[in-house]
Design a protein around this ligand. Structure first.
Ligand SMILES: *Cc1c(COP(=O)(O)O)cnc(C)c1O
Length: 363
């Protein structure tokens, strides 16, 4: 059986370092907002190339906090790709903002920059770029639109830790970047965790206070804040794993390249990248009109796959008000995509077996 992602195997490579760091936390008896969090945030900001990084409780919280700190609400509109993971959209609507869905580009699965301008109205406040499946959005046109219409730009980097655009890492391409450290992400902890990157000192200070009960000083509350913090154990685990992120992403690239060079089944459309540095291959998404049959075939051959995602946000019961809408590109993606196994701990034989098995599929 080739598992989609063997998390135990992935994390056990760092067992000794993680053990040592967790023991030190047990000895110190300090569990929140301590030196582990401080050190990891410093290292993560340095890695992303930003001035600041803030540890928070999840990727959803990171997105929520960025919107909240800008004071957006009351029907303010935020542009977002229609095929993103639901969390991006939840963060917008839970702030009282309106998500404005824009179709993706079928070649990259990222928001189609040429469709954004039509979606801008006098109520538009921001564009949320989502670096989906591990590939950085081509930001140039988004920056130009933001400048023209005085909009903020945010990034959802939950699937793209370390991906680059024009030599800069994601999280450093906008006003603020939101990261998830959910276990299965390219940089994942052993529970929930999230982070925010920014170069804006004022924004950083505000985010930090809002995430800590709105308090900038103990027992003094500047904002009606929330509790969203990265704990010391998760921060220590992330700090250990951050040192290996580039090597892990390089191995992901190697496997993705192998797949793209060896899979040649005409029934299966392979993912494209506009630049090898742009993609960190969080998932390797192929497309075929007979997706469900393809998945059953692979399962029978012992290859575990996942659908990212089976139902688009506008077809979810939670957004019943959108269910009648039609986004044909998004719907085509959700009907046809399948993610093949790809992880830093997969070996060459496993990758070859996956490629050969895909090639033998007759539809
Ligand atoms: C995982 C993910 C999130 C949410 O992160 P959590 O840490 O699970 O809250 C947000 N956006 C995208 C694109 C994601 O993949």
């Amino acid at each position: 059986m080739i598992s989609f992602l063997d998390l135990a195997k992935l994390n056990n490579r760092f067992r000794n370092d993680i053990d040592t760091r967790i023991k030190a936390i047990l000895d110190r008896g300090w569990y929140l907002q301590g030196e582990e969090n401080e050190q990891f945030c410093e290292h993560f900001a340095e890695y992303c190339g930003t001035k600041y990084a803030l540890g928070v409780a999840s990727g959803l919280d990171a997105l929520h906090l960025i919107i909240r700190a800008h004071g957006f609400g009351g029907g303010d509109e935020i542009i977002v790709p229609a095929n993103t993971y639901i969390a991006t959209i939840l963060a917008i609507s839970e702030n009282g903002c309106t998500p404005v869905l824009v179709e993706p580009d079928l070649a990259t699965y990222n928001i189609d920059p040429d469709r954004i301008e039509n979606a801008i109205t006098p109520r538009t406040r921001a564009i949320m770029a989502v670096h989906l499946y591990g590939q950085a959005v081509q930001m140039e046109k988004i920056w130009a639109l933001a400048k023209k219409y005085h909009l903020k730009v945010f990034e959802d980097c939950a699937q793209a830790h370390g991906a680059c655009y024009q030599g800069k890492r994601v999280g450093n391409l906008s006003d603020a970047g939101a990261f998830s450290f959910y276990p299965g992400k390219n940089l994942g902890c052993m529970g929930d965790g999230g982070g925010i990157t920014t170069n804006d000192e004022e924004l950083y200070t505000k985010l930090k206070a809002i995430a800590n009960y709105g308090s900038h000083k103990k027992y003094h509350n500047l904002y009606k804040g929330m509790n969203s913090r990265l704990d010391e154990i998760q921060a220590a685990i992330l700090d250990v794993k951050l040192a290996h992120l580039d090597a892990d992403n390089a191995r992901r690239r190697e496997i993705a390249l192998f797949y793209r060079n060896h899979i040649n089944n005409p029934l299966v459309t392979l993912p494209q990248t506009y630049d090898e540095d742009a993609a960190v291959w969080h998932v390797f998404v192929v497309r075929t009109p007979r997706r469900d049959a393809f998945q059953q075939y692979l399962t029978a051959k012992g290859i575990q796959t996942i659908i990212h995602y089976p139902l688009p946000p506008h077809k979810q019961p939670a957004y019943a008000e959108w269910n009648e809408r039609c986004y044909p590109i998004t719907e085509k993606i959700h009907a046809e995509v399948l993610s093949l196994p790809l992880s830093p701990v997969m070996n060459d034989e496993e990758a070859r077996f996956v490629a050969d098995t895909v090639n033998e599929w007759q539809g």
